[in-house]
Design a protein. Structure first.
Length: 478
């Protein structure tokens, strides 16, 4: 039995309590890669007990000890980077260039950023006559998704380790093999027994058992808003802390003074990257009503330059979406866009020509979309762009904020001050100006139904700390 049919608990690879397994499907071939064991409540109990016991000692480690541990993880991860990229490409369909340049390095990047935060973080301060200390939050439960799998694992695990927390991870059962490899890396790097634990399983079984467990002090969840609501509901009876990074329907405002050719072409490609499977993808492109046809022609040409193909094929821009479930959902939303009266500029239902096997989606552009249409309201999670017209800056801001989500926003303008002014009015946790990329040092997270709490950098680190005030500690200060 390989580690793929086992769980990592208390520093050992152990057999699960159940005999249930699940085949993991290669989305490019629709064929099974391998199978994983599916855990149950008994496995969660065992892992949480190990994390709780380990917290007694790990929470008391020094900054220097945790710095040394992160440095060893970084070295071990770096040596396995190629393996990480290969596994991610195979199980969730990312083209190898994307897996090598972005998917695998993203996990390493979070460890490197967290290491720098840890080295200088102020854990203690004096306020009045009191001494305020920041201490590890406790045992953390992590539930992570399949779209940027090791990125979302690392941006939770790295700060939790740095803070002195212990943890139990349930990765997505759709793309779980990178998490198993990640556990092997942490084991090789010398993470103490019980500090990091891994259980595979589904949400209704392992996810519920973890989020409702009385000995779990904090839940950190990344995934759909629907599933995030369930995590919060299950966590509520034990009043544990819940941090969530959920769905998005990000607006991308192309102002009238922007370079349309450059901005629209760039952002169509950005929207399609990772097959559109990014929660912060700029899927609603807002353009002046008077220039809708001009913008649509540029977007159409850009989308038709996106090459869909096998993840290991030369020149592939985007691979398949992750599963049959996602494929069918996206197809249904494309059909709904047509039915509700949006103008289909390119793409549409069905697989791209020549790709008869695999969960491949045509890069699709709709123009003349209204913000009330289903494709403008629901997160599609595929390479599907909606072009929505606006009258003026006020109207653009109104449309951008007219959504239950608030994860990211995008603004392109020839006037940096105009872009900055509008950015302050967008109700989202992130705003990208003129194509600026994400920043590992800046906080990542959303407003409204895109979640609560923040990840990445020092703000993400603080999520894993409790604040204690010791009164009278500095009584002489008066």
């Amino acid at each position: 039995m390989s580690n793929r049919q086992k769980f990592y608990i208390n520093g050992e690879w152990v057999e699960p309590s159940t005999s249930a397994t699940l085949e993991v499907i290669n989305p490019a071939t629709e064929e099974p890669i391998d199978s994983i064991a599916l855990g149950g409540p008994a496995d969660v109990d065992k892992a949480v007990a190990a994390a709780k016991a380990a917290f007694e000692t790990f929470s008391q480690t020094s900054r220097e000890e945790r710095v040394a541990l992160l440095e060893q993880i970084i070295a071990t991860y770096s040596a396995r980077m190629g393996d990480v990229a290969e596994v991610i490409s195979q199980e969730m369909g990312a083209p190898m260039p994307l897996a090598k340049a972005a998917q695998a390095p993203a996990g390493l990047g979070h460890f490197m950023t967290t290491l720098e935060v840890l080295k200088t973080f102020e854990f203690e301060e004096d306020i009045g006559t009191s001494h305020v200390v920041r201490e590890p939050a406790g045992v953390c439960g992590f539930i992570t998704p399949w779209n940027w799998p090791i990125n979302q694992i690392a941006c939770k695990v790295a700060p939790a380790l740095a803070a002195g927390c212990t943890m139990v991870l349930k990765p997505s059962e759709v793309a779980p093999f990178n998490a198993i490899l990640f556990a092997e890396i942490l084991d090789e790097a010398g993470v103490p027994a019980g500090v990091f634990n891994l259980i595979n399983g589904d949400g209704p079984t392992v996810g519920v058992a973890l989020s409702s467990h009385p000995d779990v002090d904090m839940m950190s969840f990344t995934g759909s808003t629907r599933a995030g609501i369930e995590v919060a509901r299950n966590a509520a009876p034990t009043v544990k802390r819940v941090a969530q990074e959920l769905g998005g329907k990000s607006a991308n405002i192309i102002l009238d003074d922007a370079d349309f050719q450059a901005a629209i072409s760039r952002d169509v490609f950005g929207m399609c990257m990772n097959s559109g499977q990014s929660c912060n993808a700029p899927t609603r492109m807002l353009v002046p009503n008077a220039r809708m046809d001009e913008a649509a022609a540029i977007a159409k040409a850009a989308a038709e330059n996106v090459k869909v193909g096998a993840p290991d094929a030369e020149g592939t821009t985007i691979g398949p979406v992750v599963s049959e479930v996602q494929f069918n959902k996206i197809q249904g939303l494309i059909e709904k866009g047509i039915k509700e009266g949006a103008k289909l500029e390119t793409g549409g239902p069905g697989r791209p020509d020549g790709l008869n096997q695999g969960y491949y989606i045509k890069p699709t552009v709709f123009s003349h979309v209204t913000n009330e249409m289903t494709i403008a309201r629901e997160e599609i999670f595929g390479p599907v762009l909606s072009l929505i017209g606006y009258e003026d800056d006020e109207d653009a801001v109104r449309i951008a904020n007219d959504t239950v989500y608030g994860l990211s926003g995008y603004i392109s303008s020839g006037d940096p001050e105009r872009a900055k002014s509008i950015a302050r009015r967008i109700r989202s946790g992130n705003v990208h100006l003129n194509g600026a990329p994400v920043d590992n040092k800046a906080p990542f997270g959303g407003y409204k139904q895109s979640g609560n709490g923040r990840e990445w950098g020092s703000h993400g680190f603080e999520e894993f700390l409790e604040v204690k005030a010791i009164m009278g500690y500095n009584a002489a200060a008066g």
